[in-house]
Design a binder for this molecule. Structure first.
Ligand code: GDP
Ligand code: MG
Length: 451
């Protein structure tokens, strides 16, 4: 048996096209393990769900596997989509260690499927593809929560053939995207081939396979990255800045190294200079069994990576989603603030004198959008994080070149007063949560203008 080491829980993100089943898959992973209960129930974090190794292994019906894996479990980030990849880790890189790309086997690849794969390629993140909704195949006989192969073997020849046909379309599409792939139970080298797992997020078929393959990937590719030290000052990433009744601005954080205590001094990336503050409270969701309680959250004294937690502290209003959070001491505060400032400046974008204006929800997604626009040689006047404000609109309206009376917004809202303002101007707004759609729409529009 391998020597047990202190490996932290790998962080997993679920990506894929809208309606292909991200939320249902996360619910299924949560739901089925909650229902099983006994073997160390799952823990609900802020922004994440932790499934312990014992639960995963018991789902797979082979307790001997317990000794094979050294990670304590898997931490699924509840925010599906790009968020985990556009939220930066300190020193660059993605917040998620592993990913699931989900694709509806009946629909095949769509723009966000391809975009997810490109992001994963850029960050060199190990991932598995899940071919979802196999229960929709005509004639499918559902086998609730069965491993894929058990369920497959119970289907008629006709249904098997139909599944295989759809499955190889996914293989073909992955090949076009630059990846060799094979059904997960036939992959012998996950370095060379991406595993594809046929599942149904509704019937639970194949879910055990997903958990096992993720553990295998963690073990195979991440061991070196998962060592951590519970005694070092905490390091994390802001997933969201949220206003909470009675608390003011709070930040939802994934802590991926070290520990964090009530009373700690922290530095958080912000729009200007990084902000300093002192942790007033560390909050986690109250267990469902205590729904009678008025309070949504319960306080904890300290937390250790990897974990999702809400931080309540003064002055968090200007915190920036996607930016680093670090625990500091009076001795380290200046050096660490400087480091965070440098990291944020690295992604801060050099802009052109004249060009379009872009807004995005996180610092990482802004960087991704800017990269793509640069590839297309589209000039950018200003690129900032946040919703589209009245000030943005006024600035852009003042530009005299009609090609640049444009605001592109990725995953952002138009604030109400800005909405009114837009109507009285010639400004063209492009809003989407798919980068490629924004760029294509802008290019189509610019072409039309030229004609
Ligand atoms: P998301 O947009 O990727 O989060 O997709 P959702 O999880 O919201 O799923 C979109 C729709 O597909 C919902 O109506 C789900 O019930 C349905 N759905 C998701 N997974 C499955 C599946 O495995 N089988 C079937 N039949 N429906 C599914
Ligand atoms: Mg969803």
């Amino acid at each position: 048996m391998a020597v047990k080491q202190d490996l932290r829980t790998p962080i997993v993100s679920v990506m894929g096209h809208v309606d292909h089943g991200k939320t249902t898959l996360l619910d299924r992973i949560r739901g089925s393990t909650v229902a099983e209960g006994e073997a160390g129930a799952i823990t609900q974090h802020i922004g994440a769900t932790e499934v312990p190794i014992d639960t995963i292994v018991s789902k797979c019906g082979n307790p001997a596997l317990r000794d094979k894996f050294m990670v304590p479990g898997l931490l699924f980030i509840d925010t599906p989509g790009h968020h985990a990849f556009t939220s930066l880790r300190s020193r660059g890189g993605a917040l998620a260690d592993l990913a699931i790309v989900i694709v509806d086997i009946n629909e095949g690849f769509m723009p966000q499927t391809i975009e997810s794969l490109q992001i994963l390629k850029r960050f060199k993140t190990p991932f598995v593809v899940v071919a979802n909704k196999i229960d929709r195949i005509h004639g499918w006989e559902p086998q609730k929560n069965a491993p894929f192969i058990v369920s497959y073997n119970k289907q008629s020849e006709r249904v098997k053939t139909e599944l295989d046909r759809k499955f190889y379309e996914v293989v073909g599409e992955l090949y076009n995207a630059g990846f060799n792939s094979e059904r997960h139970d036939r992959v012998s080298d996950f370095q060379r081939n991406i595993g594809i797992i046929p599942i149904s997020a509704v019937t639970g078929e194949g879910i055990a396979d997903v958990l096992m393959v993720l553990l295998g990937l963690a073990q195979r590719f991440l061991e070196g990255n998962l060592h951590y030290d519970a005694s070092v000052p905490g390091v994390g990433t802001v997933l969201e800045v949220k206003e909470e009744k009675g608390l003011g601005a709070t930040i939802d954080v994934i802590l991926y190294d070290g520990n964090l205590k009530k009373g700690d001094m922290i530095v958080v990336g912000s729009l200007g200079k990084p902000l300093h503050t002192k942790v007033r409270a560390l909050l986690k969701p109250r267990p469902l069994t205590e729904i009678k309680s008025e309070e949504k959250f319960q306080q904890v004294q300290s937390v250790t990576a990897a974990i999702g937690v809400k931080i309540s502290a003064p002055n968090l209003d200007s915190a920036l989603a996607g930016s680093p959070v670090r625990v500091v001491t009076p001795e380290t505060v200046d050096a660490i603030s400087e480091e965070i400032l440098n990291e944020l400046e690295e992604v801060q974008i050099d802009t052109d004198a004249l060009g379009i204006t872009i807004k995005a929800d996180t610092i990482g997604s802004l960087e991704a959008l800017v990269n793509e626009l640069k590839k297309e040689k589209i000039p950018i006047r200003k690129a900032t994080v946040g919703d589209i404000s009245q000030r943005d609109v006024v600035e852009v309206a003042a530009i005299e070149d009609p090609f640049y009376n444009v605001i592109i917004g990725f995953n952002v809202k138009v604030l109400p007063d800005a909405k009114d303002k837009v109507q009285s101007t010639e400004i063209k707004l492009f809003l989407s949560d798919v980068i490629y759609r924004l760029i294509d729409d802008y290019k189509d529009w610019a072409k039309e203008q030229k004609e």
